[in-house]
Design a protein around this ligand. Structure first.
Ligand SMILES: O=P(O)(O)OC[C@H]1O[C@H](O)[C@H](O)[C@@H](O)[C@@H]1O
Length: 541
């Protein structure tokens, strides 16, 4: 195993001491050498501590970890999700111009194409208003799902609002009745199409919400199941629920939940933006797949984004990373990436069963700029923790009459990465305070608060404009980045055993809360919290 602890740790320390800005002075070609342009995207990682030798060392690690071979195994349909015994083929969902993809000798492309055609036909009918609810045309679509069956379509529908001509889409996910109440409150059941999105069709939150929405619909519609669509891997369970088979869109177990927006789980998106625009998103994803498979590692965008991630978290020891889209319509991208990255790489055991000897994936968080600037950027600029930032911004917006807004947005984005890198030293701060009339010790005290350490790394992903194609590229870029980091850490990015224990305990606690089972055996804290709720309920009744 390549010893990152040794060579790279030493490199990380040297890089920290050296800083970022001097690298631009030493290397006039740095901006070009530390960026990758591909098919309309510009990924700039020049504002990091990496120099050419550090990068070569990271690439050495990628080679030693067998990233290329593992990537090829994934695309080939091998069962690389070893803890669940599954192939990992979300890429096949967008392989529409490619050749066959086989799992155990069976080509999965015909079933993928067939389902996509059925989705298109259905989406067209809803959009053309030839598919009708009990009260006429469908004005609203409610997608019921959680995790991977929620975040992808919700994020993408919001991102592509400019392209929406179809009915309004709502996303019901939380088992909190408030979520259902707030969404249903504004809708007419006779004109609402309900999509139950659940790969397993057993997820407690989704099935509870689906039953509630079916009851709500039954108050106004004779046959509510007719206005239900199911997206799932389990045809038996969708039949049990009563969804007509022609309204069930299924997919293979080789599509993981958090990678599933490209197929049936994306139906609400397809209804919103239309099959053609949805197809453009698939094309964008496929273009990134080709790049990931073909570009040499050093010029490979997902590989380099992954290496920068590992450099920041595993080598430099920065505990989190912020995703900061300067695009209001990408407001759900950080939440989407939280699942993609943290559910994929937040693990402490390697594929071979050994405990990781490096930190696993970082905490990922973020909010759109410029809003974040007026909230948490204080910590990013002057806090004691370094937060590597990932900026995403388009050169142009979709509001031609508001182009001046967009220039301000872009100026703010670029200013932040510059400020993080440059900082402001004590001498400059002192001069500013002297100008403001402070003197002596008071000048220095005031100046200390206005110092910015600088040397804080960021990367910027720049696009021309946020379109379905670009969104497809961006999602696939992040999917492959997560893959690269997972392979290099030796972990399985495609299972999620860590979510199971809480589910089991919740199932056991419900009857305890209901008073049907005793709280005996529970810890004192849990017993006290149960007792508080029960006392409250007793008083209410
Ligand atoms: O699509 P479903 O089977 O309903 O699963 C929904 C979600 O719940 C699971 O517990 C996992 O944490 C997610 O990876 C998954 O996307």
């Amino acid at each position: 195993m390549f010893k990152v602890q040794d060579e790279l740790k030493a490199r990380g320390e040297a890089a920290r001491a050296r800083g970022i800005l001097p690298l631009f002075e030493e290397d006039a070609g740095r901006a070009e050498a530390f960026s990758i342009g591909f098919d309309g995207l510009l990924f700039d990682y020049a504002k990091t501590h990496l120099d050419r030798e550090d990068r070569a060392a990271l690439l050495g690690w990628a080679e030693a970890a067998g990233v290329a071979a593992r990537r090829d195994a994934m695309f080939s349909g091998a069962r690389i999700n070893e803890t669940e015994g599954r192939a990992v083929l979300h890429t096949a969902l967008r392989n529409l111009e490619g050749g066959p993809v086989e799992v155990d000798g069976r080509d999965v492309m015909p079933e993928i194409r067939d389902t996509l055609e059925r989705m298109k036909r259905f989406a067209r009918r809803v959009r053309a208003q030839s598919y009708k609810g009990a009260g006429g045309e469908i004005t609203d679509v409610v997608n019921i799902g959680i995790g991977g069956s929620h975040l992808g379509p919700e994020m993408a529908v919001r991102a592509l609002e400019t392209f929406r001509q179809g009915p309004r889409c709502h996303f019901l996910s939380n088992v909190d009745g408030a979520d259902a109440a707030d969404i249903l409150d504004h809708l007419d059941p006779r004109q609402t199409l309900v999509i139950v999105a659940s790969k397993s069709f057993t997820t407690q939150e989704t099935m509870t919400n689906a039953a509630t929405v079916r009851d709500w619909m039954a108050t106004a519609v004779d046959n509510p199941a007719k206005q239900f669509v199911a997206l799932s891997s389990s045809k038996e369970k969708t039949a049990e629920f009563g969804v007509p088979p022609e309204q069930v869109f299924d997919f293979g177990d080789y599509v993981g939940g958090r990678y599933s927006v490209w197929g049936p789980i994306g139906l609400s998106l397809m209804i919103a933006i239309g099959p053609e625009a949805f197809g453009m998103m698939l094309r964008g994803g496929a273009a990134m797949d080709r790049h990931f498979r073909e570009a040499p590692l050093a010029e490979n965008m997902p590989v380099m984004l992954g290496l920068v991630g590992l450099w920041h978290h595993q080598v430099m020891g920065f505990p989190t990373r912020a995703v900061l889209p300067y695009a209001q319509r990408l407001e759900r991208l950080p939440a989407y990436l939280q699942q993609l990255e943290m559910e994929s790489n937040g693990k402490r055991v390697r594929m071979d069963g050994r405990t990781l000897d490096l930190p696993s994936g970082p905490v990922v968080w973020g909010e759109p700029g410029t809003n974040g600037q007026h909230a948490f950027y204080q910590l990013i600029h002057q806090g004691t923790q370094v937060v590597p930032c990932e900026f995403i911004v388009a050169a142009e917006g979709h509001e031609p009459t508001l182009a001046h807004h967009h220039r301000l947005l872009l100026a703010n984005c670029l200013a932040q990465s510059e400020a993080l890198m440059r900082g402001r030293d004590m001498a400059t701060a002192q001069a500013l305070m002297a100008e403001a009339g402070y003197e002596g010790a008071e000048r220095d005290r005031q100046a200390a608060h206005r110092v910015f350490e600088g040397n804080r790394p960021s990367v910027t992903l720049m696009i021309d404009q946020l379109t379905p194609y670009r969104l497809g590229q961006i999602i696939a870029l992040y999917e492959h980045r997560v893959f690269v980091e997972g392979v290099m850490l030796g972990i399985n990015s495609f299972d999620q055993w860590g979510v199971e224990l809480g589910k089991e305990l919740a199932r056991a606690l419900e009857p305890v809360l209901a008073g049907e089972e005793s709280a005996e055996g529970k810890d004192g804290s849990t017993r006290a919290l149960v007792a508080y709720a029960q006392r409250f309920w007793a008083r209410e009744r």
